[in-house]
Design a protein around this ligand. Structure first.
Ligand code: SF4
Length: 92
């Protein structure tokens, strides 16, 4: 009888340890993703073929990547709201 209780306790303890390990691994993975996101590098203006004037009717302030007043989510800032690059994507 005692042996059965001890065995059950050991099983429960093992489950608690495994659950704790899984939580620790999950937290470590989340931390890694956050560090990668913070370390994200923007595309250089040269590689984006950025220009400080519009391309026809396309200009940064009409692009989905534009962040007022003069930044871009994917290309190095600052940028001109009236500029343009090859990654232009029209706001819908
Ligand atoms: S056109 Fe290029 S530089 Fe301008 S906001 Fe869009 S992605 Fe950024």
């Amino acid at each position: 009888m005692m042996r059965g209780e001890e065995s059950r306790r050991e099983t429960v303890s093992r489950r608690v340890i495994l659950a704790g390990s899984a939580l620790a691994l999950g937290a470590a993975a989340t931390g890694t993703v956050a560090i990668r996101a913070r370390a994200q590098v923007k595309i250089s203006q040269a590689n984006a073929k950025y220009q400080d004037h519009p391309n026809g009717k396309q200009e940064c302030d009409g692009c989905i990547q534009f962040q007022p007043p003069n930044a871009c989510k994917i290309v190095e800032s600052p940028i001109n709201p009236k500029g343009w690059c090859q990654f232009f994507g029209a706001k819908s």
